[in-house]
Design a protein around this ligand. Sequence first.
Ligand code: ARG
Length: 491
Amino acid sequence: MLREGRFKKSMDPDAAEYSTSLEDDPRLFGAVVEINMAHVQMLWEREIIDESSANQILGSLFKLQEEGLDALDLRPELEDIHMAVEEYVKEEVGEDVGGKLHTAKSRNDQVSTAIRMVLREEILEIQELIADFVGVLVERAGENTETVIPGYTHLQVAEPTTFGHYLAAYGQTFVRDLKRLNASYEETNRCPLGACAFAGTSFPIDRSLTSAQLGFDGILENTMDAVGSRDFALQTMSGLAILMTNLSRLCEELVLWSSSEFDMIEIPDEFSTTSSIMPQKKNPEIIELGRAKSGSVIGDLVGGLNIVKGLPQAYDLDLQELTPLLWNSVDQVKSTLLVMRKLVSKLEPKPENMYENAERGFATLTELANTLVRETDVPFRRAHKIVGKLASIVSDEGKSLGDLTLEDLLSASREIVGEEVEISEDQFEEALDLHGSVESRRVVGGPSSDSVEEELSKLEKKVSNYGKIIEKRRDSLDEAKEMLLDLARGG
Ligand code: ARG
């Protein structure tokens, strides 16, 4: 349809197949129809096309909207959905009228506008999924503010904390992911329409009008930048890659913690698989996929950055290759968030095993050093040496935290400083107590049950504030859409 004037031959069928974006375009269908509606109304308003033509074109666009994607002829020779929609309109109202639709616009500005319209909805949906997920983390954390777990550094038991404190940590992380996507939304919801190929147009169009009708927060001013940039997509993809990286860490821990070696959590049966040969197996495969899909999303980002990095201004068809990577990231993130939310809501902690692992790892010896500093006035560095010696003695003897005696400490002290530290049996026992140690960490954001409860209530507030922003944005998109359709119908 585009080639008749310029070329003597139709496109090689393999080349047509190779270059069409029709496989990924269905996602843009609704947006492309709305963009055409807004554009036609604006052309009429600015007297660039006459009322009768505008009405006929709008009528056919409504018909297409009702009939849906199936009404379109999606032959690869048509190249993309933009041409297919125009072709449909021309079929409906004839070329004399339908041929006016593409006045003062290009596929270059139209495709970027359409991607942005679809992406902004996806961002809101992902943000809602994150908010729900954080809601579950907060709920599960609230149930476990006294469930002691070993905290790790270098995957070696370090200090005791609680399962609640651990889940709240992820809550904070995912709230930042929510925040990052908020910024992506702002960049995404800017309208490139009217930039045309890249240099605008000599027709007296009204860019602000179409931008407002399509629910954008404003136009992208420079017309070359408007068609040639995809940093809004890269920014979103980078936010999604970071989100998936965070999710992947959680997945990795759940895989480890559900193994018989750690044995600290039970993955719900509904989210486990078994083996085709080993009947006893309970495999955490769903979580493994969450971990793996982060790789795919990171790959999309790296691929996207590479596609864009060498492109001369303004528009190059390379940009078409970025779009499916963006949608892949969006889809992987949505399904992972949904499954992980359900899984975490049903996850069963095993408090006795958690406690035992913390004991076996001498998780409270740091607190014993703190106690020496508080009660006997030895400087921290000396207390560190004495307790280090204690750890070395008892681990050589194969003891666990529960087997430690005050005499062990005193003998370590004799070896290191030549005298016995002055600490009572009670003080010694209290320092080693896992629950007591956790409860003594009342610092803001720390693991004591009060601290975690306070943290959770602040987290809940943050999430609900984002919820309000999401709702407001949704309302404003819905309102714009309704107005656009009303206006177009009235026309
Ligand atoms: N099919 C293209 C895409 O998906 C949009 C139009 C490209 N413009 C062009 N001049 N070939 O990005």
